[in-house]
Every structure is written in C-alpha cells, then in structure tokens.
Write a protein that binds this ligand. Structure first.
Ligand code: 13P
Length: 281
C-alpha cells in the first residue's frame, strides 16, 4: 500500500530506525525491493531517478510503480529521486507519487531555494511531500558524474529548511554516489549539530559501500532515510555474471531474471535489517 514519506520518517525518528530507500532500474530490481520489504514486514521507499525513468519510459514507470505499490502488503513510499527537471517532477506529482526530490544542490543557494519553493507549492496542493538537498553529495548518480562535494553548511541548512518548509532534508556529510568513493569518513559531529538544530527528517544519499556500522551510527545521530542505489546494481550484475558462467547455454530470461531477483532481494534485506526497520509496519 502507498504511504506518506513524512509520516514514515517521523515514525522512524521516534522509534530509532531508518527507512531503506532503494533505487530501481528494471522490473527485476523493483520486484526484489517489494519482495524484500514484504518478507521483512518493513516499510521501504521505492525510488526511481529521473534518468532511470527515462531509460524505462515514463509511462511504463508510472503504471508499473502504482501497480506494485497498490498491491504491496506493506507500506511503500513511492519516491521520485534526483529530479532535475521540474516539469518531470510535476508529472510525477500528478501521477500519484508519494514524494519527490528536487536536486538543485549544485545551483546557487538562492536559486536552490526558489526552485525548491516552486516544487513545494505545486506538491503541497496535491498532498505530495518534498525532499531537497543542501550541500552537495557528488559522485556518479546515474547520468550525472559530479566531482564537486560540498559538506552542508549548518546555517545555510537552517535557513533553507525554514524558508522552504520541506518534508525531508538531504545533507552532505561525507558520502558520495556510486562505487568509487575512496575511504568514506562520515562527519558525525556535523550530523550531530544539524540534527540538534533542524527537526525535519534528515536523508543520507550515496550510502552504498559505506560500512553498515557507520550507517547505524548515522541513524543513532538522526538520519531517517538512507538511499541505496549502487549496491543493488552490483548484486544484480554479479548474479547475472554468475548465472551465465554456470549456465553458458541458457537463454531463459525468466530463469536468470529470478536468479537476479533473489540476489538483489538478499542485499536489500541485509540493509533493511541493518537499518532496523524489520517488523516496523
Ligand atoms: P549510491 O548509488 O551510492 O547508493 O547512492 C544512491 C543515492 O543516493 C540515490 O539517491
């Protein structure tokens, strides 16, 4: 069933866990995320990025995700992730997404505020919630490869949060998107300070390949939504490589597809358990 981002994040904050927010790029990944949530009796965030939606086809994504979410036995937040194009964000809002993220984090502060307000005003009228980013989480996020990485400035974050009244705030505390992050050193003191001064639920992007104990520490300090993209892609492609090594003559998409779903699901369940959201429906 479809659920509200804000309601789930406030519940997570109160009860001391975080919601796993998973990106998907194809049917197998989407099914694995929903099955993982159902098996763990956990709420999750099902996310599609703008570029993934373009790859799959916007209309297919709208139809598929609404069916998946409506049929799911556990609460699912349907979330438009890393929206750069406001007209597409508005389409996602019109099509019944629970929440949308605008990523104008590389733009000047005033412009980020202005664009966030435009999305908030549009979304609020339709009962849809908004996440926006202050500071910049760089790295490889689908089609964008950003070398910039800027920690969140606490005063800017407070002002941004007060002016925009968003429902979830993505902050930059040392992670980056994608596979090659080097050594990740999360700035826990910065997180602590932001969490002490901002009551809006906080979101961590770029969380694949980050040690689970660091993510658990971030949850203790106030992160309530943890975005995972790359780790599910790795699980999917490693499974397919293994399948074709072991079954070089196979061509049945349903067999290797199912094998991939099981591997992705295992990875998703690992995260759900580590973030403490099992049995939190
Ligand atoms: P990773 O691919 O590094 O997990 O980042 C995903 C993300 O933050 C999506 O918003």
């Amino acid at each position: 069933m479809k659920t509200s981002l804000k309601m789930q994040l406030l519940k997570a904050k109160k009860e001391g866990y975080a919601l796993a927010a998973f990106n998907f790029d194809n049917l197998e990944m989407m099914k694995a995320i929903i099955e993982a949530a159902e098996e763990e009796n956990s709420p999750v965030v099902l996310m599609v990025t703008e570029s993934a939606a373009k790859y799959m086809g916007l209309d297919y994504v709208f139809a598929l995700t609404l069916t998946a979410v409506n049929n799911a036995k556990v609460p699912i937040v349907l979330h438009w992730d890393h929206g750069f194009d406001i007209s597409l964000i508005k389409k996602a809002i019109d099509h019944g997404f629970s929440s949308v993220m605008l990523d104008s984090s590389l733009k000047p502060f005033d412009e980020n505020i202005k664009e966030t307000l435009e999305v908030v005003n549009y979304a609020k009228n339709k009962g849809v919630e908004v996440e926006s980013e202050i500071g910049h989480v760089g790295g490889k996020e689908d089609d964008r490869n950003s070398k910039a990485n800027g920690y969140t400035n606490v005063n800017q974050a407070i002002e941004f949060n007060n002016l925009t009244k968003i429902d979830a705030l993505a902050i930059a505390i040392g992670t980056s998107h994608g596979l090659f992050k080097g050594e990740v050193k999360l700035q826990f003191d910065l997180l602590k300070e932001i969490a002490a001064k901002i009551k809006t639920p906080l979101v961590l992007h770029g969380s694949s390949q980050v040690p689970l104990k660091d993510l658990q520490q971030a949850i203790k300090l106030g992160i309530t939504k943890i975005n995972i993209g790359t780790d599910l892609k790795i699980a999917c492609s490693n499974a397919l490589r293994q399948w074709f090594n072991e079954n070089p003559n196979d061509f049945d998409a349903r067999k290797y597809g199912r094998f991939a779903i099981e591997a992705i699901k295992k990875e998703a369940i690992k995260k759900i358990r580590a973030f403490g959201s099992s049995n939190k429906v």
